[in-house]
Ligand binder design. Sequence first.
Ligand code: TRP
Length: 356
Amino acid sequence: MSDNSNSDASKQSKRILTGIKPTGIPHLGNYVGAIRPAIESIQNSDDEAFFFLADYHGIIGCYDPAIIHESTKTIAATWIACGLDPERVTFYRQSDVPEITELAWILNCSCAKGLMNRAHAYKAAVDINLEKDDVDADQGINMGLFGYPVLMAADILMFNATHVPVGRDQIQHIEMARDIAGTFNHRYKPLFTLPSAVVDDDIPLLTGLDGRKMSKSYSNTIPLFGETNPQVSSEKQMHKAIMKIVTNSQLPDEPKDADDSAIFEIYKAFATPAEIADMRAQFATGIGWGDAKQALFDKINNEIAPFRARYEELMANPKELEEILQMGADKARRHSRKQLDKTRRAIGIRPLAKLK
Ligand code: TRP
């Protein structure tokens, strides 16, 4: 685990916060890379935790209201079904806490435009445009994408989070949040804790069906619970996806290189060290690809099957999910109202007089 914390955060008790963008159906890579480690780390600690659905971040790149709506539901149901305890964790939808977007505006005014010019996601979008002829550098880039890191800073600074578990691609955003907090604190008063990114180097990045990194954008994922479909159970959907993992043409009894196989790599993310050693030995002596895939399916299914019933129940009963999210929003707003009030006062926005 690497933690770029310095003295600011490490002295205080931990407050963990992370956001999840609701723009797709969760897959095995999301489960292994984010959902499972986040839930386990909370279960094994006394740290305060805030997890939220970043729906206002979702609309920056997804203009389909049905996808935003449906994936908010799917992702909330997934996290709860996989064991997130909404009593233990403050679990909310970003858009239910309007103080966050209000804070984002205030922070915009403590954020240098040049800082945003240097954001990787924005620069990558500009670079794609510059490669084309006769296309403006900023074509197709909305202000939401440009200011993405400011909204993210508001998410984090609102709750004075100390530790922010993220993927490597998000580290720059956390550094920007520190930068913005520093500017504000220096200019007005020290209201915001400087957060630290927490990146877990031990978490595996899964390979997808086609051998590239498992990612929604490559359409090579193994869905965690699958599409809601009365004809095909989610268990069958997972089985079918696993059977589609691309392999080479080696015959069943030929010795195989475990380290070159997506099947083995995904297996490792679910099995115990003894099971991994055993599978490695089977690869060395020769296991048929079909048998290896079946063993992989059994291993994953063993872990996921207990969550399925709860998932289906929540998907069929959005009222229960909505109640969970509203409970989370209530808890979150107890903090955010106070923090926004202090922030507004600090910048000189407060009532002119007390009215009875
Ligand atoms: N940008 C993050 C991602 O794409 C999601 C996110 C939004 C987030 N706000 C956050 C993560 C605040 C950590 C903290 O994965």
